[in-house]
Every structure is written in C-alpha cells, then in structure tokens.
Design a protein around this ligand. Structure first.
Ligand code: SF4
Length: 210
C-alpha cells in the first residue's frame, strides 16, 4: 500500500476503533498481519478449543496455517473433515471463534452475508470469544456502504471462488438473484457486542481478503 494511503487508512482505523469500543466491542489496531498473528498467539490460551469461519483473510494472514500446525489447541477445522456439518456445530461451542467480516463500519458496527449461516450464528450467539480479523480494505462508512461493498466486491468474488452459476459472476455486481445456488441467504448487521468485549475486532492496516 502507498505510504500516504497507509497513513489515511490508519487514521480511519483509529476513528473506527473508538466507535467499536463505544459499542461494546474490544478493538485493536495492527500495522501488519504478522503483528496480529503474534498477538493472537498470546491471546488464546493453550488448551482452548478453536473454530473458524470460511475466510480468505484468515488464510492470507497465516492464521489458518498456524492453527493447522498447532498442537496446543483443539481445532475444529472445516477444511479437513468428512463431516463439515458436525464441525459447524462444534464451532458454535468452541472457546474461541475466528472469522473476518464482510465490512467493518466506521460508525462501529459489523456486516456479514452468509450462505448456510454457520458463521453469523457463531458471531451472534456462539462461542464466548469471537475474534474478527479484518484488513482496512473492509472499512466502510455505514450500513448503506456495507451493503454496497458486499454486493460489488465480496459476494461476486466469493461466488467466483466457489464457481457458483449466479449472475454476479458474469457482471461483477449483485443482481439480487433468488437462485437456488445463491450464497446470500443471511444478511446480518452486528450493532453492538453483548456482553461487552465478547467480540474482539483486530484491524490490520493491509489489504486482506475481500
Ligand atoms: S444475491 Fe445472487 S447475484 Fe447477488 S451477490 Fe448474491 S449470489 Fe450474487
């Protein structure tokens, strides 16, 4: 990222962190994914069970590799199982749940769109500790921009990744389809963290995921 862009996105991240904290989220800033990974290694106690949602950000930050190699955690790994439905349910009862967010609003809320709903279920009423890992490319001003970001960026890219025959893969933006193969079944805004601190947002000043 260009030096001036980095400074601008850092400033925007600081404003976002304040608003997230005002809304009951724990929130921290990191210059790099490497710094965030080091923080996570200290944060999650040995012996914990850890689940995670589908996320390019978790891959790009090295978090999934770290969890995959870990011997100190019980990891509910959706990518290495014959029974993904069972893993989704185990994740709901894990000590920690890691995911990204389709958008992080500067006014201090989160926005996520899910297919099966396993990820937003864990976020809303799952593990006692939910950790959101997001690059500053996910920052948007408000719910209106969050919806647009998903429709123009996150959802088309995700549909392409999963090879879904939906209109957005042809045009690069959402056509509000009702296709049986749509990935857009649950649209969830998280306005606050309750209990306070249950949801912990790690904002990284890098372009990560989509
Ligand atoms: S609603 Fe349909 S067209 Fe819109 S992003 Fe989702 S899958 Fe694509």
């Amino acid at each position: 990222m260009n030096e001036n862009m980095r400074a601008a996105s850092k400033a925007l991240a600081q404003v976002t962190l304040k608003h997230l904290r005002d809304n009951g989220f724990a929130a921290d800033y990191f210059e790099t994914a490497k710094d965030a990974l080091a923080f996570l290694k200290e944060l999650i106690p040995a012996g914990s069970s850890v689940g995670f949602g589908g996320s390019e950000t978790l891959k790009e930050t090295g978090i999934l590799d770290w969890l995959g190699e870990s011997t100190q955690y019980t990891v509910y790994d959706r990518y290495h199982t014959d029974d993904v439905k069972k893993v989704f349910h185990q994740c709901l009862d894990a000590d920690y749940y890691l995911m990204s967010s389709n958008a992080v609003m500067v006014d201090g809320h989160l926005y996520n769109v899910d297919n099966t709903g396993n990820r937003v279920a864990a976020l809303a009423y799952g593990p006692e500790h939910v950790i959101i890992v997001a690059g500053t490319n996910k920052l948007v001003r408000n719910i209106e921009e969050a919806v647009i970001r998903n429709e123009d960026i996150a959802a088309p890219a995700n549909n392409i990744r999963l090879n879904r025959p939906n209109p957005c893969t042809m045009t690069g933006s959402c056509a509000h389809c009702s296709s049986p193969t749509t990935l857009c079944n649950q649209l969830v805004m998280t306005r606050r963290s309750n209990p306070a601190g249950r949801i912990h947002v790690l904002l990284i000043n890098e372009v990560l995921g989509y």
